[in-house]
Design a protein around this ligand. Structure first.
Ligand code: TMP
Length: 235
């Protein structure tokens, strides 16, 4: 499979066309941004870690009945994926209060919920990815009711699978963001699942082992990504 022309460059990945109109190649970068691109930096080695980790997790999710865009890993940073049309929703699941939830609602970070929450943001950089609900998603015609129900069902399933998966590596899954796409009419999981898109805390010390180290200038950013990678037994 060969990369043809570049289709798109995002904040963390480049996307290329291939000879197959149904398949794209994503190429993970070491670039990191936060706060809608206001803060910029590099996390050396992040691209390779996020590529390997996403693919490993997506294979696990496929086995558990969540369809994904994964076709095959091509190199340490490149993966062939199904060409989807992205549903412009950031789907966020939370198990523990942190980040924007804590800020918006005045709940201390680390407060555990009795049940996971789900929320949607409208993927729109010009508007700063505003928080919306499912009726807003319908009003903006971002997805059908049936698609929204499928997305919710898969998102909670992803949470159950990932909570257990990270826990065996002594990592607590605080929250995460996922994205879905349409592929020949079906909703499938797309984008990535990595320390860029999850909050992962050490179960014993609550040490942050994710992109918050970059967002909040906590230091040891690269080390945190490598730590997660090793704990998951990935190479
Ligand atoms: P938040 O607390 O800032 O809303 O973030 C919730 C989760 O979503 C957290 O795991 C980080 C992830 N996230 C992204 O992957 N991309 C984003 O642009 C934002 C704002 C959050």
């Amino acid at each position: 499979m060969n990369k043809l022309e570049q289709l798109y460059e995002g904040k963390a990945k480049k996307v290329f066309l291939t000879e197959d109109p149904d398949v794209l190649i994503v190429d993970y970068k070491d670039d990191a941004t936060a706060f809608n691109g206001e803060k910029k930096g590099t996390i050396v080695g992040k691209g390779a870690i996020n590529n390997r980790m996403t693919n490993h997790v997506f294979k696990l999710l496929e086995k558990e009945g969540v369809p994904t865009h994964l076709v095959e890993e091509l190199s340490d940073r490149e993966t062939a994926v199904k060409r989807v049309s992205i549903v412009p929703l950031e789907v966020i699941i939370r198990n523990v209060a942190a980040g924007s939830f804590s800020k918006r609602l005045g709940v201390p970070e680390g407060t555990e919920f009795t049940e996971p929450t789900i929320e949607f943001s409208y993927k729109n950089d010009d508007l700063g990815d505003p928080l919306i609900n499912d009726y807003f998603a319908r009003a903006l015609d971002l997805a059908t009711w049936e698609e929204i129900e499928t997305i919710k069902k898969y998102a909670f399933k992803v949470n159950e699978v990932l909570k257990a998966y990270f826990l065996q590596a002594d990592l607590k899954l605080i929250d995460f963001k996922i994205e879905f796409g349409r592929y020949h009419g079906q909703i499938i999981l797309a984008d990535e699942i990595s320390p860029d898109t999850c909050r992962l805390w050490d179960v014993h010390t609550n040490e942050k082992l994710d992109k918050d180290r970059f967002r909040r200038d906590l230091g040891n950013v690269e080390e945190a990504y490598v730590e997660v990678f090793h704990r998951l037994g990935l190479k």
